[in-house]
Design a protein around this ligand. Structure first.
Ligand code: FMN
Length: 204
């Protein structure tokens, strides 16, 4: 069995290697969805992928998989240049035709700007990056006192469900990385083909 852990700092990547895992996903602050940290599991010390990849690559021997804001061949090539062996992409696949994400979620990402995401623990009790909406804004002043994951996640379950069934993005968890302007509503085959062809034309 191949085991992969997620690190958001060099310290976490070293711990993952020490624990005997085979590969490490290095998740930069740009990443959409839940933060995969276990030592630095907060909104503090959010480290960008460009800083994180080479520092992790210099400190571990296991292969590094880069994650966070990578949407196309440019992001993939840059990650490889910095010392990664592979990439993990979330948001780019979320807006694809085949994705089962809520249509309102997909549309929100496709219409979003780069400055519209925030890191919040309002939905689940665990820090995650998504498009800002009234629920996140209204909960901001209570954020310090919210219960930990998974309790907050259970507490917001009904409101998220109702929001989804009403197609109301104001209370949905609209997880997205920091590169929504690069998101496209295309088939996965198109996404993969364009990444491969872009990478062929980029030299690093
Ligand atoms: C909808 C969604 C849910 C996610 N949930 C988790 C999660 O539960 N745990 C985790 O470690 N990472 C989670 N992630 C983060 C991904 O594993 C990955 O690090 C991230 O998608 C990379 O950034 P990108 O979205 O900009 O490509 C999630 C990402 C998305 C888009």
């Amino acid at each position: 069995m191949v085991l992969i852990g997620t690190a958001t700092s060099v310290k976490e990547a070293i711990e993952i290697e020490k624990s005997g895992l085979d590969l490490v996903v290095v998740q930069g602050s740009e990443a959409g969805g839940h933060r995969g940290g276990f030592i630095h599991n907060g909104h503090k010390g959010l480290i960008g992928l460009m800083s994180l990849i080479p520092q992790v690559a210099d400190n571990v021997k296991i292969p590094v998989i880069a994650a966070g804001g990578i949407m196309d061949g440019r992001g993939l090539s840059a990650s490889i240049c910095l010392g990664a062996q592979a990439v993990q992409m979330g948001t780019a696949f979320l807006t694809c035709i085949e994705s089962g994400a809520h249509p309102v979620h997909k549309k929100s990402i496709l219409n979003a700007s780069d400055d519209e995401t925030v890191v919040t623990r309002a939905f689940s009790g665990k820090w995650a990056r998504g498009l800002v909406n009234p629920f996140i804004e209204n909960m901001k002043e209570h954020e310090k006192n919210l219960p930990e994951f998974p309790f907050q996640n259970s507490l917001t379950q009904d409101i998220r469900k109702a929001s989804n069934s009403q197609n109301n993005k104001d209370f949905m968890s609209l997880w997205s990385g920091q590169s929504p302007r690069l998101a496209k509503n295309q088939s996965v085959a198109n996404l993969m083909e364009s990444i491969i062809s872009e990478v062929k034309h980029i030299t690093c």
